[in-house]
Structure formats: C-alpha cells, structure tokens
Design a protein around this ligand. Structure first.
Ligand code: AMP
Ligand code: MG
Length: 487
C-alpha cells in the first residue's frame, strides 16, 4: 500500500510534445473537500484507502498541489459532434496530470476533470459542476461493477467556487483513471489538419502502449483497427444488454480502448424503451438507446476515414463489416444468460425480441424483470411477473414459449438457476432518481447518500440487507427527470 507521495510517474504522452498537448497548470477550487472516493479505484494505484481522508488528498485533486513528477497537459483532439465535424475540440476543462504506474506495472492516466481553462476552452469556464462530477463518478464505478469496460473514477472533490449553468452551482473536480485518454477524435485531428508525420507518431505511440500484440502482425494498423472494432462491438452489446444509454456518442467521446468514456446525460433504462433518448438536447434522437448500435458503426467509420493513410480502403471496409455480426453474437450471448439459458437455439433472437416488444408496450422495468425471472422457478416467476404486463394474454403466450425453451435444456436445479441468473442480473442499478437524491443531498453539504449509493452499486448482484429501497422501481417523479446536458 502506498501513500500519495509514493506514486511513480512516467509521463509518456506528455513526452510526445507540444503538437499533441499543451502544458497547463490546474486552477484550484476554493475550500476543496472530499465528497466521495472509490477504494477499488485507489487500489489500482496501490493507494492506501485511508489516504482519501487526508487533507493533502483534497488539495491534490482539487488543484491546489501537484506532485513534482506530474506534467499536467491539455490534449488536443477534434471529432464529429452529432454527425458534424468540429475541428476545434481538445481538453477544455480537463488535464492529464500524468501517468502513474502501479506495482503490477500497469499505467494509469490521471485526468483531472474541471481543472480550469485551457487553450481549448473556447467560450467555456473550464469547470465541472458537483452534479455532473457525482454522476460521472457513480456511473464509472457502477459500470465497472457490472463488468462493463469503462474509465474509472478515483474521487470527487467539492468546493465553494461558484459556477454558472442554468443557475448558480458549485465547481467540483473528478479524478478519472484510464489506461489511455486517446479518443477517435485524436486521430481525426491529425488527419483533417493534414499532419501525416504527427498522425504516425500518435499511431506508433498508441500501438506500442496499448496494442503491442498488433505490432507483431504483418499490418499493425489494420490489426489495431480490427481490435478496436471488436472491442466496440462487445462494449455496445453490453450497454444494450444492461440498458445503458450513453447519451453523447460523439467521436471525441469514444475511447480507442473501446471502453465507456466521457459521461454526460447518460441513463440506465428504468422501463424498457428502445426509443429512449436520455439527452434532452438530442432532438432528433441520434443517440437514442437503440440507435447506439448503428452509431457505434458510424463512429468506427469516422475513425476508419482518419486511418486511410495507414490502411487500404478495402481492408477498412471489410473490417468494419465485422462490427454488426460481432455485436449481435455478443448481445445474444449476454441476453441468453440474462434469460437463464445455457444453450443456443436458432429462434432465441425471436424469443428475445418478442419479450422486448411486450416489455416496451407495457413499460416494464427492464432490470427487475430479469432479476425476478431468476428468483423462482420459471413457472412461479412468470405467474408473478405477468401482473406487470398490460397485454397479459400476449405475455402468457410468450411464457409458454419460454417454459418450453427452458424445458429443452433438460433438468435444472432451481437453486443453481437462481445463482447463475443472479450473477448476471443486477438487483441494483444507477437509476437517475437515485443519483438525483444523492446529488440533492450533496448540494446541501451532506455526502453520506453519495457514499452509500456508491457502496451499494459496487456490489450490484448481491442482495444487501437494509438496502431494499435501492432496488425498487422509481417513483413517478423519478421516471421523467430532465437530465440537463450542461455539466
Ligand atoms: P463534453 O460535452 O464534456 O464531452 O465536452 C465537449 C467539448 O467541450 C470538450 O472539448 C470539452 O473540453 C469542452 N467543454 C465542455 N464543458 C466545458 C467548460 N465548462 N469549459 C471549457 N470547455 C468545456
Ligand atoms: Mg467529451
């Protein structure tokens, strides 16, 4: 276990130089204090969890202090936002403080979000509010607990610094951890500004640091692109299987590692709704829940375009063609497991679509349905669940098909079935109204609810005594929260 001053830095991205990032110091926030820390994320740096309670922790992650070996940099990138190319992006309010490597030799970027203005701030104030920082923190750690690849969050630091959004709020910082902060938009930046040398330098850096096995392939860039396609297909399959809506899948918010990145007005589905739009400024529904699948491919083609200097168009096209079939295979595999099925049959896709249509028509709670389906034998579970459906006849017809399907798997021990299903069907998910309650309390200075919610969500598959209310369906007010995209 290490203390804060024992972290070891090796700032590889900073060493690429000024064409890739700019040296900027964090601007401190007033009266920094710990809102919440993740012991599991601290462990990634071998940090003693007790360090979070020290004054220096809040000073470091509130921008007041800096390690001598840190080299804070604002990265430059561009990207496609809502389908249109924006040449002028970059870290407008976040800084890569440096790269720390742990005892296992893994590198982690320390990125401080909300650290003040940079050359890429455009009209922005360089700040992040407490509300959005808490949401990013909770979502990162909750997704990780669901085994969904994501950046991690070490802590949120609150402050007295006022910031203006729709109303006056307080500034906060979130310390994000990721093996890399390179986005699709990094490659797009050097491609569209026609700087092939630097694009190559970036590509070689990314290959060496994050895709070393691809360097052993005859065409390393093609192997890397293939890997990125595969990882994104799997990531988005997981989002769809667990009802996670990212909300702003712009290419500057897509990680080259294929992990969930840059949290905005995200949401987990409460009632199942394929057309759900969690971002209130997304008028066209470009990033609606079901559109995440084709948008994943759209984003990969934007990356492919930026990689044309390295890879032939035919090879890119062929590799892009892998995305949909891979997505479908992963998604179906996950959903079979959620349904408690251990074998594969040709009609499983139809069985699933039939269920989702019934859930859609009746506004059935997406997460609880699967959890309850494993609670009891299929017959008993269906008898209880049917009350949630408006079209009871329709649901009974589906139930018959499901029971016949389960029967074809042979004898099943209900105890084992429950254990197997509960291990993939979470009881606790980060519902918007739960996040909102924790945010309301934190905004009035009480951080206990954020900490409790974080603890509950760190163990989402296991029933936690006394925490029953966190597993409930949202109250009516909690279903239709307008999540502001300002942050
Ligand atoms: P985001 O919506 O957080 O993914 O940000 C999109 C772009 O806007 C990125 O270049 C951010 O750095 C920048 N940005 C967002 N909010 C601010 C802010 N308050 N101040 C400066 N730049 C910002
Ligand atoms: Mg972003």
């Amino acid at each position: 276990m290490k203390a804060l001053d024992e972290l070891t830095f090796d700032n590889r991205f900073a060493r690429l130089g000024d064409a890739f990032s700019t040296h900027v110091l964090p601007e401190p926030i007033a009266a920094p204090r710990l809102v919440v820390a993740s012991p599991a994320a601290m462990a990634l740096l071998d940090l003693d969890p007790a360090e979070a309670e020290t004054p220096v922790f809040a000073e470091l992650f509130g921008g007041h202090k800096l390690w001598a070996e840190a080299e804070p940099r604002a990265m430059v990138y561009s990207g496609h936002q809502f389908g249109s190319y924006n040449p002028q992006l970059g870290d407008g309010r976040g800084l890569l403080l440096g790269e720390v490597y742990n005892n296992a030799g893994e590198h982690w970027d320390l990125h401080l979000k909300g650290a003040g203005q940079t050359p890429y701030s455009r009209m922005g104030d360089g700040r992040a509010v407490l509300r959005s920082s808490i949401r990013e923190f909770l979502a990162s750690e909750a997704l990780h607990a669901l085994s969904i690849p994501t950046t991690r969050a070490l802590c949120v630091i609150g402050s007295d610094t006022p910031v203006w959004r729709e109303k006056q709020e307080r500034a906060a910082m979130v310390l994000r951890l990721s093996p890399s902060h390179v986005r699709f938009g990094h490659f797009e930046f050097f491609y569209y500004t026609k700087r092939p040398e630097q694009q190559k330098e970036l590509g070689e850096h990314v290959l060496a640091m994050h895709f070393p096995l691809c360097l052993e392939q005859p065409e390393p860039y093609l192997a890397m692109f293939r890997e990125i396609v595969e990882r994104n297909a799997e990531l988005i399959a997981k989002w769809q299987a667990y009802g996670f809506c990212h909300g702003v899948m712009n290419t500057d918010n897509m990680s080259i590692l294929g992990i969930t990145f840059d949290f905005g007005p995200f949401a987990f589905l409460d009632d199942f709704d394929a057309h759900f739009i969690c971002n209130h400024s997304d008028d066209q529904g470009r990033y609606s829940f079901s559109n995440q699948v084709p948008i994943g491919q759209w984003n990969l083609s934007a990356l492919a375009q930026a990689l044309t200097p390295f890879i032939s168009v035919e090879a890119l096209r062929e590799t892009l063609g892998l995305y949909l079939p891979l997505f479908q295979a992963h998604y179906l595999d996950l959903m079979r497991r959620r349904l408690g099925l251990t074998t594969a049959e040709d009609d499983d896709q139809k069985l699933l679509e039939h269920l989702l249509q019934l859930m859609q028509n009746s506004g059935v709670d997406y997460s609880l349905f699967f959890r309850r389906l494993g609670d009891e034998s299929p017959e008993q579970a269906l008898a209880r669940l049917r009350d949630d459906f408006v079209d009871i006849k329709g649901f009974d017809a589906w139930g018959e098909l499901y029971i016949a399907r389960v029967a074809r798997e042979g004898e099943v021990d209900q105890e084992q079935r429950r254990t197997r299903m509960h291990a993939v069907n979470p009881l606790y998910i980060l519902r918007n109204y739960l996040a909102q309650k924790a945010i309301d309390a934190a905004e009035s200075g009480d951080y206990s609810e954020v900490r409790r919610l974080h603890a509950v969500l760190s163990n989402p598959f296991e029933e936690q005594p006394g925490m029953e209310s966190y597993a409930e369906r949202p109250p009516e007010w909690g279903k239709h929260l307008e999540i502001s995209c300002s942050s």
